[in-house]
Design a protein around this ligand. Sequence first.
Ligand SMILES: [Fe+2]
Length: 291
Amino acid sequence: MPGSLRLTALHDHFGVEVHGVQLASITAEDGYAEIRAAFERHTLLLFRDQNFDDAAHIKLAQLFGPIEDRSRGANGPDPRVSPVSNRADNGNLVAEQDRHLLHLKANQLWHTDSTFLPSPALANILAARVLPSSGGETEFVSTRAAWVDVPGALRARTANALFKHRYAHSRAKLSEQLASDKMFTQWQDQTWRAVWPNPVTGDDALYIASHVFEVDGLSAADGEVLVAELMAFATQEKYVYRHQWLKRDVLIWDERATMHRGCPWPYDQERSLDSICVTARDIDGLDRVRP
Ligand SMILES: [Fe+2]
């Protein structure tokens, strides 16, 4: 691989398409350093026309760090790809009021992944498998670009804030019954600083998600107001990149400096993507967001 990648911008503020790379051929010695540098700098990387099976997906993710096991909330010995799909294990499409589809709909709230885990995510590597005829896009905002623009008073209220994250909180916005599922209640609340400084580039990013349920030291009402103001600010149209998936696309994004959300699609059609989240470590700045 050449020392520099061929990149084209996806958005004014962040995101690039990387040309001429097959991710399946990337190794620690050949190609990873360039991709990692682009990830740190550009936050969101798009690779099109990938020959990318589960084995390649796992191998690439392991270059970024430990693979997250969502079901256990830890890095298990048996790394695997997690399907993001409305097709159930039995082969049928799930019904619109099915719990699993409600969970997928909760992913249509702005969030960054796994902030509710004891070790949150550094990156998500998402590969398109089966796409509906319309809809099903994924939208992203750069919370790094937004943080640069956050005005003085709001900035002062946020800079040293501690946000408390709970998985069930975002699910309760869809359904209290969904939120009571053990899948969403099994982790203790997590507290993270509201700003994540990137240890490589030095850039700060707002670290916020639909999972934030409280701001340390504020009343519930005041915390809600602060989170809502920040959410509204960071998700202004000018910060949004909407990704229209093509089959064989792979996206890699920086969970420390973005929020994302899925868009609706006709639920009588299959939408299947394969995801691996990589867990953040102190080397990725995790030590800097601990309270
Ligand atoms: Fe997500």
